[in-house]
Design a protein around this ligand. Structure first.
Ligand SMILES: O=P(O)(O)OC[C@H]1O[C@H](O)[C@H](O)[C@@H](O)[C@@H]1O
Length: 542
């Protein structure tokens, strides 16, 4: 049990606290059980991390495997971009996207069938969806949004169908599709675009005059957009990674179209960047965060990070951070090519909802995590009806917001009592500036941490393995459908027999799984449904 006295904790609360002054954001590490000399002990390592970050911001090839610069910090301070060309590559698209959003809002850019665009269908995945989703949900307000956002962020036909049915053909005519893919070749996004195109066409509409693309210049998507008369194309630069693209066109165009405060997002990120360039880890929340992770995880991912925002609007924060942290830090090799199997697992949802779900395990179960509480001081936003924050419990004169805050402090104390560490990030409110600041805080903490554990945070070689394997599966499926037609039109066959026919005797299991999928979707027939996998027989569809 932790035997810290309240007066010691109060002392630690004051000394292990850093801030982003202009945003009123603070980071409290008092419940992380850091040894007193933790920061001092890691001063030399942190100096290296500051040096690496300085070089990155100055335009070094900070992503060595892909031979790329890493420029997301310039997006909110274009004057810091290392060359005038790079500065222009930030300022021009920013001006263009603002002008485009204004033209859409004013009706100057309008649907061919008349009226105004009032709905957005954002098509993207991973870094091309998670940031826009987080921002849309955190800052959006159905009463004041200029356009209502919907997302295709997967290749699940049922998921896409649900969105399309929510929209219906009439609303589709007033829907602007924003197709986002840095590489321009991501299959899920391409599929989403093709399904959307078919839906527009079925409604008697052409997709191009309802669509814009955000993608690398001359990518497959860029060429498709050009050839199909998209309304506009916005460039995505190779020095902006998908998971750090929220302050690029990727995050800003959807937000601007929704009518959100993109200047606030940029400003918040810029102010955070300023505060986190300070070379004093105790006073620099991004450095302090990275050093706290180093302690909690032993620099080897030994503990998971549970993200607990006590605010519905920040529900998607854990999902956003999952990609930012796990895709950046989850690496097999370090920068010297040594096997390290690095990473920090991130999950979470929101408080106090989680207290009625998995906090039981956090408090009493396997102690394999540390918690990140996100505490928002103002209980309601200026746009809220005060009714939501009226007294609900006259006995203690408490409002719903008092309860929410009370549950946060209560859970923080209950975890700490049981030797579960946590850190707390406090924001005055959820607005564009604070959200921009929060995103930038984690971006830089990830960068520092990567240097502390000597890995490249800016590539994702592991993702490719799954993509290649999926392509091989689709190729096998094609050959299987052909084999079914050739050999199993009259005489049903087992997976093993089909594997034999394809000369792929060691592929029986994937062949069975594909047959099951094809049969469930009416593209093959399972003639003996009660049979076990070994004796199940499949025929071509007649
Ligand atoms: O923007 P895109 O090129 O379509 O990529 C979308 C996502 O897919 C990839 O697999 C990467 O792992 C992500 O980092 C990326 O954000």
């Amino acid at each position: 049990m932790t035997a810290a006295r309240p007066s010691d904790l109060w002392q630690r609360f004051q000394t292990q606290r850093s801030t982003i002054p202009n945003l009123g954001i603070s980071l409290d590490l008092s419940r992380m059980n850091l040894p007193d000399d933790w920061f001092q002990r890691h001063a030399p390592a942190m100096t290296r991390a500051f040096d690496a970050m300085d070089q990155l911001e100055a335009g070094a090839i900070a992503n060595p495997d892909e031979a790329r610069m890493v420029g997301h910090y310039w997006l909110r301070a274009p004057e810091r971009a290392p060359t005038p060309e790079l500065r222009r590559a930030i300022e021009q698209p920013l001006a263009d996207l603002r002008a485009f959003a204004q033209a859409v809002h004013s009706g100057q850019v309008a649907p061919p069938s008349g009226g105004r665009f009032d709905t957005l269908l954002i098509i993207g995945i991973g870094g091309s969806a998670l940031g826009p989703q987080l921002v849309a949900d955190a800052l959006g307000d159905p009463a004041t949004d200029r356009m209502t956002p919907f997302f295709f962020d997967n290749t699940d036909p049922d998921g896409m169908d649900r969105v399309l049915r929510t929209l219906g053909p009439d609303r589709l005519a007033r829907t602007l599709a924003v197709v986002i893919s840095k590489s321009g070749g991501t299959p899920e996004t391409r599929n989403g675009m093709l399904v959307a195109t078919a839906a527009y066409e079925r409604a008697g509409l052409k997709f191009g005059p309802h669509a814009v693309a955000i993608t690398g210049v001359d990518s497959q998507l860029d060429r498709h957009a050009r050839d199909h008369g998209f309304l506009a194309r916005f460039p995505m630069e190779d020095w902006v990674g998908g998971r750090t693209s929220q302050t690029s066109v990727v995050g800003l165009l959807p937000a601007a179209l929704q009518g959100l405060d993109i200047q606030g997002l940029l400003e918040g990120a810029r102010l955070c960047d300023q505060a986190t360039r300070l070379r004093d880890p105790l006073a620099n929340p991004a450095a302090a965060l990275a050093l706290a992770w180093l302690h909690a995880t032993n620099g080897k991912g030994e503990k998971d990070m549970v993200v607990l925002p006590y605010k519905d609007r920040l529900l998607l924060m854990s999902r956003y951070l999952q990609q930012l942290v796990m895709e950046s830090l989850g690496k097999r090799l370090d920068l010297d090519g040594k096997r390290v199997d690095q990473g920090i697992t991130v999950y979470g949802n929101k408080g106090s909802t989680d207290q009625h779900a998995y906090v039981q395990q956090l408090r009493d179960g396997v102690p394999n995590f540390f918690a990140v509480f996100i505490r928002v001081l103002e209980a309601i936003g200026p746009q809220c009806d005060p009714l939501a924050e009226s007294v609900v419990d006259p006995a203690v004169q408490a409002t719903s917001g008092d309860y929410l805050h009370g549950f946060l402090l209560g859970t923080r104390a209950a975890l700490f009592e049981n030797d579960r560490a946590s850190l707390t990030i406090t924001l005055p409110r959820v607005d564009a500036q604070r959200l921009g600041g929060l995103i930038a805080l984690f971006e830089r903490a990830v960068g520092f941490y990567a240097t502390l554990v000597n890995i490249n945070a800016y590539h994702q070689p592991g993702v490719e393995a799954g993509k290649k394997a999926a392509a091989a599966v689709l190729d096998l499926q094609k050959r299987l459908v052909e084999a079914l037609a050739a050999h199993a039109s009259t005489q049903p066959m087992t997976a093993a027999e089909l594997a034999q026919a394809l000369s792929l005797p060691d592929q029986v299991e994937p062949i069975y799984l594909l047959l099951e999928h094809l049969a469930a979707n009416g593209r093959a027939v399972l003639v003996n449904p009660e049979a076990n996998p070994g004796s199940a027989r499949f025929a071509a569809r007649g």
